[in-house]
Design a protein. Structure first.
Length: 566
């Protein structure tokens, strides 16, 4: 049985976190989507690390409160002495606590399994009338100049296949490491399979014998067991069994053999194991595509890159792929940006993913190296929080600060320049305690923050100025574009503006959405200033600085590189 239908603007194949973030980003831009997955809802705590940069992204998407309500910090790891298995040899803080700062309020990594991330995101999709379609397989697709035809297959209650042909402007594969979309596109998946690393992973109920507030580990890399509590208050633990000394096929055959192996390595018989949730054999594949799309079809997440779980970078990198692609697809589909903007998806994400693979592989090798105390090599650097991930090489950026100093474009897409100065392509810092003096929008709070102003459906133009601010010129430059594509925010310093000047500014803010006072000085502290009466900072919908310029001419240059001439 088959049928043909005309569907929304983007078909997303794969309903995990990466696909769901893409769907939510597009829906918040008013772009209708359809999201399908050949499997059912995910089971188990895979991809459990949520890095600070992803938490910021969830702030922009409005999903952060749900994440914070059940996520928890990575627990301290107890390393046990064997034989015996109960004496603690050493305690290691894998992700040491950092005090949040005004510019980085989400500085600590959290733990939340992919299945729970998926569930949260799907609830938010349903608010827009979009429901993930599970057990719906995309079998094939064909590209044409102006659309993509995809064949979807489901089964009725009798097992009869129902085939549907779907016509969409764009298709995105977020369908995992064995991606049908990637294979059909013929993209190279460059890298290696690590035959020297063998692991068994899964989830199991533990009814007694282990404290939930710790990560528990026994053995050296050649014979290792780790039991990690899940993020919510239940009795499920994730297990990782590594090394080549165990009979992996036998261990992975079922619950009883698994428990025998764990008991043998830990030398513990007091751990009361319950039902096995899931189990799988695992060898790290370290691979990435050579480009993130072809024509009207793109890939993101595990469909575009896979690597070892060390460092907790995989899921985070995938959802940030989608956040990068989502706002660009939205602008193209709205008809305000050229399709060439989509080429910057590969341009920006490819060097980031290459750097991520290098760093996570180094951490994997270090983790496997023998050490005096097992687990010592698991500690990770701050770059794994992803706050330094940048796109400084992107062709769309405009940065007039570089002419004043030196070319600070880093070779490492994971780290900011050592001078700490923000440049175009960097993450836009938070700035709290902004006092609302005037607003052309309804229900503006008395105090706000930049993260509450940024969003996936608009560019934010931050104007650091004074009474010499030329609002009319900026308003004229933006007037050719739909009004909801931009939020213009004039930020005044804490002191230096007289009451008469302030009164004049309020009367001149017809082209400004928000007039704010930087009450505690954080915005002026964290963002650079150019010589002259004002500095304009353009923040993209993905929370990345797109431009730092001294006036309307520089703003025009940025707009010309991202939008169609209107």
């Amino acid at each position: 049985m088959s049928s043909t239908s005309v569907t929304p603007s983007v078909l997303i194949v794969g309903a995990g976190p990466a696909g769901s973030v893409l769907a939510l980003t597009l829906l918040k831009n008013g772009i209708p989507v359809r999201i399908v997955d050949k499997e059912g809802p995910q089971i188990g705590q895979k991809g459990l690390g949520v890095q600070p940069r992803s938490l910021e992204m969830h702030h922009f998407l409005g999903t952060l409160p749900d994440f914070l309500s059940i996520a928890r910090r990575l627990p301290v790891c107890n390393i046990y002495k064997t034989p015996g298995g109960t004496e603690i040899l050493k305690t290691i803080e894998i992700d040491p606590f950092e005090e949040p700062t005004p510019d980085s309020p989400y500085i600590n990594s959290l733990m939340l399994g992919q299945h729970r991330q998926q569930s949260i995101l799907h609830r938010h999709l349903e608010k827009y009338g979009c429901k993930a379609e599970f057990l719906t397989e995309m079998r094939s697709f064909q590209q044409f100049d102006d659309h993509v035809l995809a064949t979807l297959v489901t089964k009725d209650q009798d097992g009869t296949e129902i085939s549907e042909t779907v016509k969409v402007p764009y298709l995105v594969g977020t369908d995992g490491a064995h991606s049908t979309v990637r294979k059909a596109l013929g993209l190279n998946f460059l890298g290696e399979t690590r035959d020297d690393v063998n692991m068994i992973i899964g989830d199991i109920h533990v009814k007694g014998g282990l404290e939930r507030k710790f990560w528990h580990s026994w053995g050296e890399p050649s014979k290792l067991v780790a039991l990690i509590p899940t993020e919510v208050d239940d009795d499920i633990f994730t297990f990782m069994i590594g090394g080549t000394e165990s009979d992996q096929a036998k261990t992975a055959s079922g619950r009883d053999e698994l428990v025998k192996t764990i008991s043998f390595i830990t030398d513990r018989t007091d751990i009361d194991f319950g039902e096995l949730v899931w189990i799988s054999r695992y060898r790290p594949n370290i691979r990435m595509v050579d480009k993130f799309g072809e024509g009207r079809v793109f890939v993101a997440g595990d469909a575009a890159h896979i690597h070892s779980p060390t460092g907790g970078q995989g899921t985070n990198s995938g959802v940030q792929d989608s956040f990068n692609l989502g706002w660009k697809l939205a602008l193209v589909l709205k008809g305000v940006s050229p399709s060439s903007l989509l080429a910057t998806y590969t341009e920006e994400r490819l060097p980031v993913i290459a750097a991520m693979l290098d760093k996570s592989t180094l951490l994997l090798n270090r983790s496997l190296a023998p050490s005096p105390v097992q687990g010592h090599n698991w500690e990770r650097g701050k770059e794994f929080k992803q706050l330094g991930v940048n796109y400084r090489g992107s062709s769309t950026l405009v940065d007039e600060t570089i002419a004043l100093t030196q070319d600070l474009t880093p070779t490492d897409s994971y780290s900011l320049a050592s001078d700490g100065v923000i440049h175009a392509g960097d993450r836009a810092p938070q700035a709290p305690s902004l006092e609302t003096l005037h607003s052309n929008r309804n229900h503006s709070p008395a105090l706000t923050s930049l993260f509450d102003i940024f969003g996936p459906d608009h560019h934010t133009l931050l104007v650091f100025g004074s009474s010499k601010f030329n609002g009319e010129a900026i308003a004229s430059e933006l007037s050719a574009y739909p009004q909801n594509l931009f939020k213009t925010v004039l930020i005044l310093p804490t002191v230096g503006t007289s009451e008469s000047e302030l009164s004049d500014l309020v009367t001149q803010t017809s082209g400004v959405d928000l007039l704010l006072r930087d009450r505690d000085g954080y915005a002026h502290k964290y963002y650079p200033a150019l010589p002259g009466p004002s500095t304009l900072v353009v923040v993209r919908p993905d929370g990345v600085v797109g431009a730092i310029v001294g006036g309307v001419e520089g703003l025009h240059q940025y707009l010309k590189g991202v939008f169609l001439t209107m």
